[in-house]
Design a protein around this ligand. Structure first.
Ligand SMILES: [Zn+2]
Length: 264
C-alpha cells in the first residue's frame, strides 16, 4: 500500500511539473478538477525513487593529466553502474545449490540454507558463498566456540534460511516488524536481507559494500543466535556488530565483526 501511494505521488508530481511546460499536453477533460492539491503525502519511497532516477550528466571540465583523467572517468563509471534493485519481486526464490563444511571448533551446530528472490541481479550460489565466507571467518560467530555453522543446499535440513529479497518481500516477511523497504530483519528461522542494502550499503560504510554485507550477515544472523541490539560503547570505539549500524554508528567506527580482534 505504501509503495502504491508513493508511485501515485510521483506520477502526480510529474504531471504537475509537466503541466507548466510549453509543450504540455492538455489534460483530458474532467481530470483537472479531480487532481488534488500537491499535499499528497510523498512518502520516503517516492522521494528515493525520484532522486535516484536523476542521471548525472556533469562533465569534468578541470584540466587534468591523462592518467588522472582516466582514473576519474573510471571512478565515475563505477559510481554510475549502480545496480538497480526492483522494489518488489515475485516472492519466489532460487535456492543456492551449495554445501559447505561444518565450521567452528565447538558449540551447537546450526545448519543454514540460502535463497535469493527471483528477479534480483544476484546469483544464488555466488550469494551463498559470499555469506558462507563471512560466517566462516574466525572473527564471526563461529570463532567463539559457542556455535558451529554449516551451509546446506537442502532447506529441509536447515535450522534457518538466509533470504536475499526485494524491499517489498522483506517488508512482507518481516511484518509486524517495520522494515520500511530499507532495512532487514530476522523473523523466527528466516533471516531477511534487504537487497537494496546489499547493493547500496549504508552511510557508515560509504562505498565499502563488501564490508557492509559482512556487517549485515553477521548482525542478522546474530539475532537468530539470540543477540539483541546494543549501543556505541564510546567515542572512537568500534561499533558492536549488534549496534544498528545501518541507521548510524554515532560516535563509533563501523565494524562488521562480532570479534574483530580475533585472528585465524
Ligand atoms: Zn538488528
Amino acid at each position: 500500500m505504501v509503495g502504491a501511494l508513493g508511485a501515485g505521488a510521483l506520477v502526480l508530481a510529474l504531471a504537475v511539473s509537466g503541466g507548466s511546460g510549453a509543450g504540455a499536453q492538455p489534460a483530458p477533460a474532467g481530470s483537472v478538477s479531480v487532481v488534488p492539491p500537491a499535499t499528497a503525502t510523498a512518502d520516503g519511497a517516492g522521494a528515493v525513487t525520484a532522486s535516484g532516477a536523476t542521471p548525472s550528466t556533469e562533465e569534468d571540465a578541470a584540466p587534468a593529466g591523462k592518467k588522472e583523467k582516466k582514473e576519474k572517468k573510471e571512478k565515475k563509471e563505477k559510481k554510475e553502474k549502480k545496480v538497480r534493485i526492483p522494489e518488489r519481486g515475485p516472492g519466489t526464490f532460487v535456492r543456492a545449490d551449495v554445501d559447505g563444511p561444518k565450521v567452528g571448533d565447538g558449540g551447537r551446530l546450526l545448519r543454514y540454507a540460502v535463497k535469493v528472490e527471483k528477479g534480483l541481479p544476484y546469483d544464488a550460489d555466488e550469494t551463498a558463498r559470499e555469506i558462507q565466507t563471512t560466517l566462516s571467518d574466525p572473527r564471526s560467530w563461529v570463532g567463539g566456540e559457542d556455535w558451529r555453522l554449516e551451509l546446506v543446499s537442502q532447506p529441509a535440513r536447515a535450522d534457518f534460511t538466509v533470504f536475499l529479497a526485494t524491499p517489498g518481500t522483506v517488508d512482507r516477511y518481516c511484518w509486524p516488524l517495520r522494515t520500511y523497504g530499507r532495512v532487514s530483519c530476522q523473523a523466527g528461522n528466516r533471516v531477511m536481507l534487504n537487497a537494496w542494502r546489499w547493493a547500496h550499503a549504508a552511510d557508515a560504510y560509504g562505498a565499502d559494500v563488501g564490508a557492509y554485507r559482512q556487517y549485515l550477515v553477521n548482525h542478522e544472523v546474530g539475532h537468530r543466535l539470540g543477540h539483541n541490539h546494543v549501543g556505541c560503547p564510546g567515542k572512537g570505539k568500534r561499533a558492536p556488530v549488534m549496534m544498528q549500524q545501518t541507521k548510524s554508528v554515532g560516535a563509533c567506527q563501523a565494524n562488521p565483526w562480532p570479534s574483530p580482534k580475533r585472528r585465524s
